[in-house]
Design a protein around this ligand. Structure first.
Ligand code: ADP
Ligand code: 5GP
Length: 211
């Protein structure tokens, strides 16, 4: 039985999802990031086991065959997947888990775990999205074109998400995202499931109040 909440965050590439997710993880100690497996090569500075588990296509296919993934998809020409056992174990320990996954993966997670909270990050404009991808410089122009082409379709999925955050000014978007995550954690079900022992809210038999 899962005790933690599962947050699914999607966005077109370049909207600022990774930036916002790492800010969240840093600030909220009960929240953990689910490290996906991918066949995409690492970008400079990316660390295996922290940003992704970087695997070959053969290794990825083996994991698919073992049914090890909660969801997986081909995105921008590479494979990405969320390791089921790892996520379920974190949720059962009462941790909140954040998945940074694409719209195809989000659909799969929603059908398997309907309690998942879904959040879409939008850029303030198409122009800003292009500029951010070009400025990040982690892909060549051809790959950026693929990501932008996919972005047009991904943005159409926004209405299927519970929440939507427009990442114009980074600090404001972060505050909004933090508010969403905090509100979910304050839901009565969550508080009673772990953060408070309700028996401590009854007077003890020797309390002056009962005499
Ligand atoms: P994603 O994970 O959605 O692909 P990133 O987090 O890598 O996007 O952000 C894409 C680029 O845009 C990065 O270079 C990042 O520093 C920058 N960025 C993120 N948020 C903002 C923002 N609010 N304003 C300007 N630049 C931003
Ligand atoms: P990037 O290559 O920029 O790190 O990620 C590209 C896209 O793949 C992003 O939309 C990101 O959310 C998505 N992604 C990352 N990990 C996973 C995953 O495990 N499953 C799915 N379906 N998508 C993922």
């Amino acid at each position: 039985m899962e005790r933690g909440d599962l947050f699914v965050i999607s966005a077109p590439s370049g909207a600022g999802k990774s930036t916002l997710c790492s800010m969240l993880i840093e600030k909220m100690e009960w929240l953990v990031f689910s490290v996906s497996h991918t066949t995409r090569p690492p970008r400079p500075g990316e660390v295996d086991g922290k940003d992704y588990f970087f695997v070959s296509e053969q290794e990825f296919e083996e994991l698919v065959a073992e049914d090890a993934f909660l969801e997986w998809a081909r995105v921008h020409g590479n494979f990405y997947g969320t390791h089921r056992a790892r996520v379920m174990e974190q949720l059962s320990r009462g941790m909140d888990v954040i998945l940074d996954i694409d719209v195809q993966g989000a659909k799969q997670v929603k059908s398997k775990l309907p309690g998942a909270v879904t959040i879409f990050i939008l850029p303030p404009s198409w122009q800003a999205l292009e500029e951010r991808l070009l400025k990040r410089g982690s892909e060549d122009k051809e790959k950026i074109k693929t990501r932008l082409k996919n972005a047009m379709k991904e943005i159409e999925e926004v209405s299927n998400y519970h929440y939507c955050v427009v990442n114009d000014k980074l600090d404001e978007a972060f505050e909004e995202l933090k508010a969403i995550v905090s509100a979910e954690r304050s839901k009565t079900r969550r508080v009673l499931a772990g953060r408070i022992d309700i028996t401590r809210l009854k007077p003890s038999p020797d309390s002056w109040f009962l005499s």
